[in-house]
Design a protein around this ligand. Structure first.
Ligand SMILES: NC(=O)c1ccc[n+]([C@@H]2O[C@H](COP(=O)([O-])OP(=O)(O)OC[C@H]3O[C@@H](n4cnc5c(N)ncnc54)[C@H](O)[C@@H]3O)[C@@H](O)[C@H]2O)c1
Length: 343
């Protein structure tokens, strides 16, 4: 049996959907997670005869060659994610995102397995040209502004993967994920859609930072994990970098309106929009790229991938889930943070 996939960060938001997709395709899956931001409940519904969970850091767990028995591929999703973690503890974030990735990639070279590395649209920094293409220059701000450190760690991860692909023949593909949304994403670490959904379903004001004219392109996680598996299965993807995201952008104000409309449609009226200056949330001098839109033609040409969910469909599903959770008396999805960007 050599058809098992390892997912590092497998109990996280995207990792749990990827596990679900692989299991539905008949695969066995090993999830590796240290539960820094992941949750056991994300994967509690997966069949235990097909899915096993190893608790620990990706570096620790994959340093044991025995873990690769029967394994053909590794999806490396483990990372310190979210604005709060980045701003609170840049050094810890840098260590996780660099050290674990080096260890995972080296282990994949030794085990001779394929690997997919999840990078981020944050690597584009404040690149002013849209849509963002994989071969563009990356533009970061000064190192005194900690918000750029996350994108820089992801850019270094990309260098590591590309270098090992060239020098050691590692079958490595890099994906730059843009804003990904869907069930099981939490607002605690700064993600805008779950924060808005939770607020609207509670009839509370949705906080839009700045004037709300900034845009983002949101892709449903179920479409994103489809792209990841397509790339992993395509030999022509290795040694290359691919954007993965939706190519339709929306202003954050429009997103807030959409969430409020859906909440009203599902019987939860009363939410309003409140604008909050960026400085009030992040302090003086915080820079947030006003727009971030991927060019996905490279991915589309190689795999034929195209997103199937509209933002309206994703938001409608999230609102319905949140309201039914509230009716059951369960705690709403996480809304503890006001520290997230509108991204
Ligand atoms: N969600 C997005 O919009 C988005 C956008 C760009 C990139 N990404 C990337 O996608 C990947 C998955 O992100 P997500 O949104 O699912 O976030 P997430 O926080 O839900 O998932 C990350 C998972 O990694 C785990 N983890 C952290 N450090 C670890 C370590 N050292 N060893 C093992 N596990 C560890 C966490 O506990 C968590 O389960 C990350 O690499 C992230 O940078 C996500």
């Amino acid at each position: 049996m050599t058809d098992t996939a390892i997912i590092t960060g497998g109990a996280g938001f995207i990792g749990s959907h990827l596990a679900e997709r692989l299991v539905n395709a008949g695969r066995d899956v090993v999830l590796v997670d240290n539960f820094a931001t992941g949750r056991r409940e994300n994967v509690a519904h997966l069949p235990t005869d097909r899915v096993s969970l190893i608790e620990g850091t990706a570096a620790e767990v994959l340093s044991d060659p025995a873990v690769f028995a029967g394994v053909s591929e590794v999806y490396h999703l483990a990372a310190a994610v979210g604005v709060k973690l980045i701003v609170d503890d840049p050094a810890g974030m840098i260590a996780t995102n660099i050290d674990d990735t080096i260890a995972v990639l080296r282990a994949c070279v030794d085990a001779k397995v394929r690997v997919l590395v999840t990078s981020s649209s944050e690597v584009y920094g404040k690149c002013p040209v849209l849509p963002l293409r994989e071969d563009m220059d990356l533009v970061f701000g000064p190192t005194t502004a900690s918000r750029w450190s996350y994108g820089l760690t992801k850019a270094l991860d990309e260098h590591l993967a590309i270098d090992l692909a060239r020098r050691d023949g590692l079958k490595a593909v890099v994906v730059r994920l843009f804003n990904t949304v869907g069930p099981r994403q939490v607002g605690r670490y700064g993600m805008v859609v779950p924060r808005f959904v939770q607020r609207a379903c509670a009839g509370r004001p949705l906080e839009v930072y700045g004037d709300g004219g900034q845009t983002r392109a949101f892709c449903d996680v179920r479409d994103v994990v489809a792209a990841l598996t397509m790339l992993m299965q395509n030999d022509d993807s290795f040694g290359r970098v691919f954007n993965v995201g939706h190519d339709r952008q929306v202003t954050i104000r429009r997103l807030a309106e959409l969430v409020i409309q859906q909440a009203e449609k599902h019987g939860s009226p009363g939410a309003t929009i409140e604008t909050v200056p960026y400085e009030a949330v992040y302090g003086e001098g915080f820079e947030d790229p006003p727009h971030r839109l991927p060019d996905v033609s490279r991915l589309r040409e190689l795999t034929g991938w195209t997103p199937t969910y509209t933002l309206e469909q994703t938001v409608a599903g999230l609102v319905a889930d949140e309201l039914s959770r509230r009716q059951r008396g369960a705690a709403g999805s996480d809304d503890t943070a006001v520290d997230g960007r509108n991204a």
